[in-house]
Design a protein around this ligand. Structure first.
Ligand code: FPP
Length: 243
């Protein structure tokens, strides 16, 4: 059992199977220190590695990080370029996770990303596909509405071909056409930095997720804070619409 799990979590804790993390507050973290925003993202990216390892130690089976949304292209070009550079760097370093038996998956529309990035993403997914300790999911150029639209188009094509009657469309069918096929729904969504909204993050998969908010900015969010979120989750009474 991991050291920090002993500190805050005990064996009675119900560890969420799938945790989503909205890595918010990098810009404010940098601003507080008089630094450019991109240095906030650099710290945020470092923290993503720390929390990934900790989540595995705690027993989480799937962890998804919201790294870049379909709306983030609206940011100044130098900030977008800096985030893309961080992806490149971390895609090389993410190979360390491969050695730790962590499977890596990406969700989002890859077509807008550089060819180099797309190639690296495909190769790291392929190399880690049989690993079993935990699945790390990175949402890059991801939007929940965009994902549902993508799924609807795939299903509509089947209808157009005459292979599917619209009356036979099921929730399972929609799920199977999302970027997250074979990844279970979210149990817990963590959003640091004080904002209390979903911001188009896994809107289908978060339908019954528990939310955990904290004012801590993402680069300052520590393993202990993760444990506090898991503990809060464990104490909730999930009813899924029942009584
Ligand atoms: C939100 O904080 C953060 C982002 C839009 C980018 C997150 C990206 C990284 C941490 C970089 C690399 C990631 C990986 C997985 C290698 P914000 O900029 O909206 O912060 P603010 O609300 O304080 O301005």
């Amino acid at each position: 059992m991991a050291e920090t799990k002993k500190m805050i979590l005990d064996d009675n804790v119900a560890v969420p199977v799938h945790v989503g993390v909205i890595m918010d507050g990098n810009g404010r973290w940098a601003k507080k220190r008089g630094l450019p925003r991109k240095l906030g993202h650099r710290e945020g990216a470092k923290n993503f590695r720390t929390i990934t390892r900790h989540a595995k130690a705690v027993g989480v089976q799937y962890i998804t990080f919201y790294a870049f949304s379909t709306e983030n292209w609206k940011r100044p070009k130098d900030e977008v370029d800096a985030i893309m550079e961080l992806f490149e760097k971390y895609l090389d370093e993410v190979r360390d996770f491969v050695e730790e038996n962590i499977r890596i998956r990406f969700i989002g529309d890859r077509s807008a990303l550089s060819e180099n990035l797309q190639r690296k993403m495909a190769s790291v997914e392929e190399d880690s596909k049989d690993f079993t300790a935990m699945t790390l999911v990175l949402a890059i150029n991801y939007g929940g509405r965009d994902e549902i639209c993508h799924a609807v188009k795939a299903i509509a094509r089947k209808v157009k071909e005459g292979a599917l009657d619209p009356e036979d469309i099921t929730q399972d069918m929609i799920e199977a056409n999302l970027y997250t096929e074979e990844i279970p729904p979210l149990d817990l969504v963590i959003r640091p930095s004080g904002e209390q909204r979903l911001s188009n993050f896994m809107i289908w998969q978060a339908a019954y997720a528990e939310f955990y908010y904290t004012n801590i900015l993402w680069p300052d969010f520590k393993n202990e804070d993760f444990d506090r979120a898991v503990l809060a989750y464990s104490e909730r009474n999930r009813r899924f619409g029942g009584v």
